[in-house]
Ligand binder design. Structure first.
Ligand code: 6PG
Length: 471
């Protein structure tokens, strides 16, 4: 019997769907799962001449054509190490393991180094798009040895989603952890974008008393303009969903505690460690953290009385606020992207990855969770400006300039109505500060020098200065 082109270990839904996607593009694939029953059930349903399952890892490895390519789709962390350890004794030098989970990039760098010294190849490939993306076409973010990529490219190119021009949403990103790093930042941006949407929902509800389906109508319109995106697309039916266990709308019955698996937090930590302002992403993580303290919030809500509670705006004001909010969201998202790409740039420089930012924006145009019209705008801007920082590209600066006042108006509204705008607030502060000739840091420097003789520099002459302040 013909050997398989590729193997896949880990048959949770993402793994199953990725295997079916690969098979549907004309490749033969073998699958393996630690619990054989899961594999048998999957094969009973989807098995064919070109999608076969093995109960024994040794048989699975032997069913693959050499040099072997094995996708690992298991939970990030120690399960990935466990799978690698069980595979290595069965592999030949030159075989490649591809980790398609949400692994933390330092793990990917470590694994790649460990395996390459033993003659094996290791790829970290970010996969975005959820269950449906895995099946129909995800956005793929691979990093590892460039020569090995040539062997993987035909399969990965065939299974990827398509960008706005119909090209596959995959590109080689760089050595070792580059792919998982880009996926991590994708998720950080995903956090910021989702938080801004949640803030818009909160603002409309707190300032105008709008119901979920009324907000759905507004978001539906937004999805026809420059905010067009997968996330707005799914938000509309979410806002309209009736509660089948009671009266009213399901969204109103969902506990307001946001989960998080770690990729947003990793991005936030990276921003702090590399000294890059990614305040929108950090604030999105904070917002989830605050949300998770439900019991304490309930206690404080009894102790405090928000001075703005019940400060509703007249219905007539809504007509003006709807486009202002659209512009503010657009500006906020542009800032989130500018920050995310700033982090990518800094990391690429420090890690010696040759990241092509136009390509990163392009492969996020389709398949992934943040896929949106805005990514096409960013892609074109990067191409036009030869990958200059987003903040400095004329087309982006013009858009931000135009939406600046809307972002202020919406933040004002947040203050008036007592709506915490973690991300839209951070976006505005970042826009104000990044475009400012003179910040207030002179004051910080003076304080530092006063209490700790940390010294300062002057704007009118070279050198390092210290003052005995007040003497
Ligand atoms: C994707 C998603 C995916 C996952 C999120 C959820 O790109 O397909 O980002 O990776 O659903 O990471 O993350 P949280 O549980 O942290 O919100």
């Amino acid at each position: 019997m013909a050997q398989s082109d590729i193997g896949l270990i880990g048959l949770a839904v993402m793994g199953q769907n990725l295997a079916r996607n690969i098979e549907s593009r004309g490749f033969k694939i073998s699958v393996y799962n630690r619990t054989t029953k899961t594999m048998n059930n999957f094969i009973d349903q989807y098995g064919s001449e070109t999608l076969e399952g093995q109960a024994e890892l040794k048989d699975f490895v032997e069913s693959l054509t050499s040099p072997r390519k094995i996708i690992v789709m298991v939970q990030a962390g120690s399960p990935v190490d466990a799978v690698i350890a069980s595979l290595l004794p069965l592999l030949d030098k030159g075989d490649t393991i591809i980790d398609c989970g949400n692994s933390h990039f330092p793990d990917t760098i470590r694994r790649e180094a460990e395996l390459s010294t033993q003659g094996f190849h290791f790829f970290g490939c970010g996969v975005s798009g959820g269950e449906e993306g895995a099946l129909k076409g995800p956005s793929l973010m691979p990093g590892g040895n460039k020569t090995v990529w040539e062997n993987l490219a035909p399969i990965f190119t065939a299974i990827a989603a398509k960008d706005f021009s119909g090209n596959p949403c995959v590109t080689y990103l760089g050595e070792n952890g580059a792919g998982h790093y880009v996926k991590m930042v994708h998720n950080g941006i995903e956090y910021a974008v989702m938080q801004m949407m949640a803030e818009a929902y909160d603002l409309l509800s707190k300032s105008f008393g709008l119901s979920a389906p009324e907000i759905a109508d507004i978001f539906e319109k937004y999805n026809e303009g420059k905010l067009q995106s997968f996330l707005f697309e799914i938000a509309v039916p979410i806002l309209r969903e009736k509660d089948d266990l009671g009266e009213g709308y399901l969204l109103d019955e969902i506990l307001d505690k946001a989960g998080q698996k770690g990729t947003g937090r990793w991005t936030a930590i990276e921003g702090l460690e590399r000294g890059v302002d990614i305040s929108t992403i950090i604030q999105a993580v904070h917002a989830r953290t605050v949300s998770s303290r439900k019991d304490f919030r309930m206690q404080l809500a009894k102790q405090y009385e928000n001075p703005s509670t019940g400060n509703m705006l007249p219905e007539e004001a809504l007509i003006d606020i709807i486009p202002e909010l659209e512009s503010a969201l657009y500006a906020g998202m542009l800032v989130a992207y500018a920050q995310g790409f700033d982090l990518l740039r800094q990391a690429a420089e420090e890690m010696h990855w040759e990241l092509n930012y136009a390509e990163v924006a392009r492969i996020w145009e389709g398949g992934c969770i943040i896929r949106a019209q805005i990514l096409n705008t960013l892609h074109e801007a990067f191409v036009e400006a030869n990958n200059a920082p987003l903040w400095s590209i004329n087309a982006i600066a013009q858009d931000l300039q135009q939406a600046w006042l809307s972002l202020r108006t919406i933040n004002n509204l947040g203050v008036q109505s007592g709506t915490p705008l973690f991300c839209l607030g951070a976006a505005l502060a970042s826009l104000e500060a990044m475009t400012e000739e003179r910040t207030s840091a002179n004051f910080i420097q003076a304080l530092r020098d006063s209490f700790g003789a940390h010294t300062y520099q002057r704007i009118d002459r070279d050198g390092t200065f210290h003052t005995e302040w007040g003497n």
